[in-house]
Ligand binder design. Structure first.
Ligand code: SAM
Length: 320
C-alpha cells in the first residue's frame, strides 16, 4: 500500500486552537464512527473495550449500542484523557482505566473481566493532545518538546534529540516519518544542539523548515513528518501495536470483533499482516475502509484514516 499522508493540523482550515491542559470538554472529532458501529455488530448486554478512549467519541457511541445490560471499558494512556472520561461517564456502566492497550489482557484479568465481545483501537493522538501547549505534539503550538501520551512515563522528545547519534536520528525520521530529507534534518539537529539545546516545538519546527523545501504537490507543513516520527518513537507506538495484535485474541470471545483505525502505512501494514497471517483472526474487511468525501471535508484529520476489522476465530495460536 502506498504511504498515507501523515496527519497534519496544517490541513485544518482553522488550525489548532490552543487550550490549557486538562480542559473538560473534548475537541476531538471521532473518525469513521458509523462504520465502526456497523462492523462491530454490538448487541445490548455486550461488553466492549475502547483501548484508546481519548475524548470518548467512539466510546460513547459504542456504549449506546450495548445498553441496556452491557458495559464499556474505556482505556487510555493519557492521564488528562482519563480524568475527562471519568467525568463524562460518571454514573454509567463504564470502567475508565488509565493503562496501555498493549496490556489489555492483564488489565481485563486484573479487573475481573472475562473475554469481551468487541475491542476498538483508534491509533495515534487526539485533537485534545494536539492543541494542548504543554504536551508538545504540534509544530504550530509553542511549547516544551515532550510528546509523551503519558507524561509520567519514558523520555520526552527533547531528550531523544539530545541523546541520539546523527545516524540514528536520520533513521528514525526516515522510518517513522517517511521523510526523504531525514539526513539533512538529522545533520541540522546535531549542529544546532552543539550551539544550544532544542527544547521547544517552535525551535524544532523552525529548524526543520530550513531543511525541507515546501512541496507544491503535497502542501503539508514541512515539519509534519519529523514531528510524526518523533511522536511514534517517543511512545513506541509500533511496538505497542505489535504487542496488542498478539494479545488481542486472548481478550475476545470466539466470534468477537476487533476494529482498528490507523493513520499511516506503517500501522496499517502491521494490522493487515496480523489479520491475514494469525489464524486466531478472520479478516472481515478485504480492503481498509476509508472515510467518505463528506467526512473528509467535515474533518480533514480523517483523510488518512484506514479501518480494518477482524473476527476472533475459535483457533488457538501459535502465530504463523
Ligand atoms: C485518536 S485518539 C482516540 C480518540 C477517541 N477514539 C475518540 O473518539 O475521542 C488516540 C488516543 O489513544 C491514546 N493512546 C495512544 N497510545 C496508547 C496506548 N498504547 N495505550 C492506551 N492509549 C493510547 C492517546 O492517548 C489518545 O488519547
Amino acid at each position: 500500500m502506498a504511504a498515507t499522508e501523515p496527519e497534519s493540523p496544517w490541513q485544518s482550515k482553522s488550525g489548532p486552537h490552543v487550550q490549557q491542559q486538562g480542559g473538560d470538554v473534548t475537541q476531538h472529532v471521532p473518525v469513521l464512527i458509523e462504520p465502526v458501529v456497523e462492523w462491530l455488530a454490538l448487541k445490548p448486554g455486550h461488553v466492549v473495550v475502547d483501548g484508546t478512549a481519548g475524548g470518548g467519541g467512539h466510546a460513547g457511541r459504542l456504549l449506546e449500542c450495548v445498553l441496556p445490560g452491557g458495559r464499556l471499558i474505556a482505556i487510555d494512556k493519557d492521564p488528562a484523557a482519563v480524568a475527562r472520561l471519568k467525568k463524562r461517564f460518571e454514573g454509567q456502566p463504564v470502567d475508565v482505566i488509565h493503562g496501555d492497550y498493549s496490556e489489555m489482557d492483564r488489565i481485563l484479568a486484573q479487573f475481573g473481566y472475562a473475554p469481551v465481545n468487541a475491542v476498538v483501537l483508534d491509533l495515534g493522538l487526539s485533537s485534545d493532545q494536539l492543541v494542548d501547549a504543554e504536551r508538545g505534539f504540534s509544530f504550530l503550538v509553542p511549547g516544551p518538546l515532550d510528546m509523551r501520551f503519558d507524561p509520567a512515563v519514558g523520555e520526552p522528545a527533547w531528550k531523544l534529540l539530545e541523546r541520539l547519534p546523527e545516524r540514528e536520528l536520520a533513521d528514525l525520521i526516515f522510518r517513522f516519518g517517511e521523510e526523504r530529507y531525514s539526513r539533512r534534518i538529522a545533520r541540522a539537529i546535531v549542529d544546532e544542539r552543539r550551539r544550544r539545546p532544542i527544547r521547544t516545538t517552535e525551535h524544532l519546527a523552525e529548524l526543520v523548515c530550513r531543511c525541507v523545501p515546501r512541496s507544491r504537490v503535497h502542501p503539508i507543513h514541512p515539519a509534519t513528518r519529523t514531528f510524526q516520527a518523533l511522536r511514534i518513537a517517543v511512545n513506541d507506538e509500533l511496538g505497542a501495536l505489535k504487542r496488542a495484535l498478539e494479545i488481542l485474541p486472548d481478550c475476545l470471545v470466539p466470534g468477537g470483533r476487533v476494529a482498528i483505525i490507523s493513520f499511516h502505512s506503517l500501522e496499517d501494514r502491521l494490522v493487515k499482516n496480523a489479520f491475514r497471517n494469525d489464524p486466531r483472526y478472520l479478516p472481515l474487511t478485504k480492503k481498509p475502509i476509508r472515510p467518505n468525501e463528506a467526512e473528509q471535508l467535515r474533518n480533514p484529520r480523517s483523510r488518512s484514516a484506514r479501518l480494518r476489522v477482524a473476527e476472533r476465530t475459535a483457533q488457538n495460536g501459535p502465530i504463523r
